[in-house]
Design a binder for this molecule. Structure first.
Ligand code: ATP
Ligand code: MG
Length: 265
């Protein structure tokens, strides 16, 4: 049986900052519809890999393919138009803007109102507001449209950030530590929501919370010192001797022991 072409493929990706080799020949395929968790110790190169995939960083060597097109070196806005939506580690909200203002900005930026598409029905102020309301409701943020971002709790902030990614068509979501800073109950609610929100999409997520990883991921990829140690089904990765050594027993006794490394933010 031939396997469908991957949605995203990395071929021999290297990156260095000055003399520091951060990515050292990463080969990875992400298939349509899967949730793939990228795990690894602090400084392993996970966020840098996201920077490469999302066009913020041109790799020193290697190739990135998205939906069969070679895209390494393509700018982020072009990749966004191809359906790649990247979330960042740590919050990037504007404290003095409301939830609705954030959403309107995200929608307008994508719909290209500057390119005079303003007459389109969905781009009217009413159309945008209705779309924003639907999105907020689906993410459990109904009624918070007028709240300033500064007043939101950690889980609400993360949901808003996800709403901003979903405010424009997104086939591939890159989420960098989406549950960082959440209390356990918030994390559990976020994870069950993410299962619904990611329906019909492909998700590549960096995550330190092993309960989230093993509860959500179809496959797990382990990055250490810029190299992939292991990629496969969660159970197989958990049993991998190299991975166990790199993680010094973090998989012992799961569930219960949750953090591979404490997140930095
Ligand atoms: N712009 C940069 N210039 C120089 N070095 C950088 C730059 N960005 C990242 N690095 C270095 O590259 C390495 C990998 O960083 P990266 O942020 O990708 O790791 P990470 O796996 O995401 O870590 P964490 O789990 O802490 O978020 C680190 O040693 C970091 O200091
Ligand atoms: Mg990181």
């Amino acid at each position: 049986m031939t396997r469908a072409k991957p949605l995203l493929a990395l071929r021999g990706v290297h990156h260095h900052f000055g003399r520091v080799q951060v990515l050292q020949g990463v080969d990875l395929e992400v298939h349509a519809g899967e949730v793939l968790a990228l795990i690894g110790p602090n400084g392993a190169g996970k966020s840098t890999l996201f920077d490469v995939i999302s066009g913020r960083v041109r790799p020193s060597a290697g190739q990135v393919w998205l939906q069969g097109r070679r895209v390494d070196g393509a700018p982020p806005h072009e990749l966004r138009r191809l359906g790649l939506a990247r979330g960042f580690q740590g919050s990037r909200l504007f404290d003095r803007l409301s939830v609705d203002e954030h959403l309107r900005l995200a929608m307008v930026a994508h719909q290209g109102l500057a390119q005079a598409r303003w007459w389109h029905r969905d781009a009217s102020p009413q159309g945008l507001q209705a779309a924003a309301d639907r999105l907020l409701e689906s993410l459990g943020l109904a009624g918070l449209g007028e709240s300033l971002a500064a007043t939101l709790g950690p889980s609400q902030r993360r949901r808003l950030e996800l709403a901003l990614l979903l405010a424009a068509p997104a086939t591939l979501l890159l989420l960098d530590e989406p549950t960082a800073g959440m209390a356990p109950a918030e994390t559990a609610a976020f994870v069950s929501g993410l299962r619904r929100w990611s329906q019909g999409r492909t998700v590549l997520m960096v995550e330190h919370d092993m309960d989230v990883v093993f509860g959500l991921a179809d496959r797990v990829a382990v990055l250490a010192e810029g190299r992939l140690l292991s990629v496969g089904r969660p159970e197989a990765v958990r049993q991998d001797a190299q991975v166990r050594q790199a993680y010094l027993g973090v998989f012992e006794g799961l569930p219960g022991k949750t953090h591979a490394q404490e997140p930095r933010c």
